[in-house]
Design a protein around this ligand. Structure first.
Ligand code: MN
Length: 130
């Protein structure tokens, strides 16, 4: 994906807190991104298959499982294994970052998310090989 197309990339927001999810949806839509949303891991799996997002922002604490488990399922399925997933978590230990990369994530964001950092990093994540 080249720089001109970055801004129209489709991003799937996986986050069970609807208030947070809606706030980031508005922020990213205002920046030109196309946004899909999921509040559970099961919804996330369905939306990745249906929408083929360019990037998934994956909350790790979901009501029906851990976001890393969902990521491993995406990576185990030939249809969805090329999906770029960025882990979003309140935990920032290096061991947790290593676990994210081992699960197949292309990046890692700590909560609370800094909006400027998010907007700066998304184009970088989109350039990562899926
Ligand atoms: Mn959560």
């Amino acid at each position: 994906m080249n720089a001109d197309r970055d801004r129209s990339a489709k991003i799937l927001l996986v986050e069970d807190n609807e208030t947070i999810r809606n706030a980031f949806a508005i922020l990213l839509e205002d920046s030109g991104y196309r946004i899909e949303q999921a509040g559970t891991g099961a919804e996330a799996l369905d939306k990745v298959t249906a929408e083929k997002p360019d990037l998934v922002l994956m909350d790790l604490g979901l009501p029906d499982g851990n976001g890393l488990e969902i990521t491993r399922k995406l990576k185990a399925n030939p249809e969805t294994r090329d999906t770029r997933v960025v882990a979003v978590t309140g935990r920032t230990l290096e061991t947790d970052q290593a676990a994210c990369m081992e699960a197949g994530c292309v990046g890692f964001l700590s909560k609370p998310i800094n909006t400027q950092e998010l907007l700066r990093k998304i184009p970088e994540f989109l350039r990562e090989p899926a």
